[in-house]
Design a protein around this ligand. Sequence first.
Ligand code: ADP
Ligand code: MG
Length: 629
Amino acid sequence: MSKKTNPKTEVHEYQAEMQKLLEILVHSLYTEREIFLRELVSNASDAMSKVQLTTLTEGNVLDKDAELQIKITFDENKHKLEIEDSGCGMTKEELVSNLGTIANSGTLKFLQQAQAENKSAENLIGQFGVGFYSVFMVAERVELTTRSWEVDSQAWEWTSSGGGQYEITPAVYNQRGTRVTIFLKEDAKEFCSKWKLESVIKKYSNYLPFPVKVNEETVNQVKAIWTQSKSEVKDDQYIDFFKQISHSTEEPLHYMHFSIDAPIQYYALLYFPESVGNEVVYARESKDIALYAQKVLIQSGNTDLLPSYLRFVQGVVDSEDLPLNVSRESVQKNVLIEKIKGSLSLRVLKELEFLSEQNVEKYEKFWKQYGILLKEGISSDFKNKNRLMDLLRFNSSLSKDDSPDVSLRNYLERMREEQKEIFYVTGASRESILHNPNLEYFKNKGIEVLYLTDQIDDFMVTDMREYDGKTLKNISQGDIDGISDNDISAPETSLSKEEQSDILAFFKSQLKDRVSEVSESKRLVDSPCSLVTPKDGMTVQMEKMMKMMDKKFEGEKRNLEVNMGHPIIQNLSEILQKDKKHPFLKDSIEQLYENSLLIEGLLENPVQVLSRFQSFMESASAYELEKIS
Ligand code: ADP
Ligand code: MG
């Protein structure tokens, strides 16, 4: 390199992942490059929150009385932009680890995928702890000068052009904090404008708790939105604040803002995002709640303020009663935090109750996103179990389409007088459930059956056991004499008792250990047979899940129920009476059994039924031909 080098300058290579990441950032097409400013300003604000807390809890801090503010200046001629904060600064070690490596190892993969799918990365950048590097979308070169809050700290300068390496040099900087100097690319000159800077800050950073000054003039609103009364804050401001804390452009599905005075004082501003990623729903990562004590940020990603199943909630909680010196570790065990948690969860559930009654459409949207999490709550939040059960929504045999529009209350209200149980069936989807032969009886009688299609449902139902005194009953399980006894009766058949037991015995001798039992069905109407889980046995959904976790898992043996009134069965019985060795008998029973497996989604290799099926068609076509010739 041609520029004069300081003998004390150390040249560092970026971590390999980091280089790839920078490449993506610089070469992708960004529609909103301006977000680099959001990221730098939010880093400055984070740094000031940190030093604010340190100042209040530790004795020795450099520049103890420095004003906490972010100063932005620019030089149009030099294409230079400067962002300076009086935050915690960084030591040399911190510089290397914070600005030379990627904190989260999954980040690169995620961004690569987003790029491959042509998704916009703007919203992802801030969420994945790589915000700082977005500066290279606009910067030819960055010089960052920083001095840590520790009293006798040394200042450092970090410089990089975003390529494979960065340099670190000892520097002179007489104040605590960080100054980022950006030499803008030719095509990014637009950021050297007061108007532009102001509008970007208003757009993304309006609610930061510290003044952001452009050429000495404060451009953000500073006052904490959550400490204001609801009537002072406009809908737009709530939405903008959400966009700021979530680093996204998406509007929230819903928000709630309230304050409580007893038994403990706190303000809360909570959001339900329109959607959250799989990492939240399935990998159990929590969205962030920022915890403030006396308006000072104590913890930005608190996960102890709400139970895990409410992990989609994002927002701010601020308590005047919390001591400032609660450390990260002690937050978890703090009695006051426990109290806030109890009260917050109840508030959230009551809000959902309200939504479910007053804004059905919004609640349905909510349910589609987060219903599965509330189901998780049934198994983990014993105290609120009843409240949660009232919030559940199902699709059922009385639903017109696949919308989750039935509550347990609805079910009870239209249940038959003599009905003692709440009937449900599990399956992969409404589509597949509709083909379940075990439903036939219920359809015929007009008895409502809830359709449970989430994997978690089996566990939930086990933990629920009953609702309002009525047990939940799986219709694919052994006994279904839940209605009145004389109501359940076998379909009419022309077969004598003897013929019936002969054909059942023949089924069993053919299927052997593949089924635990073959019996006469009371529930089938249109289908010749169906597989039924023995009483207290494992449901099909549960079995599939076990098999996914353990390839060697042996499935449950099921009962085969046979419809004695069905023409196929009656014909087979007649053949059996005439010729026990007729090959058609064996083939038919195999086929019927496999059909039942297929319907349950338990047939491992569905293609195997084809060859037998073709031989059936062969005889059927010969028969048809005979009829017309
Ligand atoms: P994130 O902010 O999500 O951690 P960034 O890439 O924006 O990710 O920043 C990486 C890290 O660099 C920060 O976590 C912080 O430790 C450090 N950092 C960045 N800017 C500053 C600053 N202005 N003052 C102090 N530390 C900073
Ligand atoms: Mg950041």
